[in-house]
Design a protein around this ligand. Structure first.
Ligand code: SF4
Ligand code: SF4
Length: 119
């Protein structure tokens, strides 16, 4: 993906003011026919243990870039996705210019979804 991503899963360790601070995320969707059957598998609940365990996947450069540009989204994790029915899925990588991950009250990946899924 070369575009931008926003995410409202505020309980995820990688969420920084609605942006995703991971360098790579995995969206799961197998045979999904709608957004409801997709999820962000990279969701990690906030907490010290997860902070340390997931540090290697932090997009530090993206986060620094974001700190200097508060009018545009500059954090672009690579998005691997297995939702093969989505038009944006090209070889298990997301090709959309923009994606929205929803999971406002999520405490695990199962309550998240990719709202940009399109059949
Ligand atoms: S739920 Fe996924 S997209 Fe959202 S911040 Fe966490 S890892 Fe990033
Ligand atoms: S828009 Fe489609 S291909 Fe991209 S992450 Fe969402 S479900 Fe996967």
């Amino acid at each position: 993906m070369n575009g931008s991503l926003s995410c409202n899963a505020q309980n995820c360790l990688y969420n920084a003011n609605g942006l995703c601070g991971a360098s790579v995320i995995k969206v799961r969707g197998g045979n999904a026919e709608s957004s409801a059957f997709t999820q962000c598998d990279s969701f990690a609940e906030k907490g010290l243990k997860n902070s340390l365990a997931n540090m290697f996947n932090m997009n530090i450069q993206g986060e620094i870039k974001q700190a200097f540009t508060n009018t545009s989204i500059e954090m672009y994790p690579k998005i691997e996705c297995d939702a093969r029915n989505c038009v944006y899925n090209i070889g298990n990588v997301c090709s959309a210019d923009y994606i929205q991950i929803n999971g406002q009250t999520a405490l695990s990946s199962t309550r998240t979804e990719c709202s940009t899924f399109k059949k």
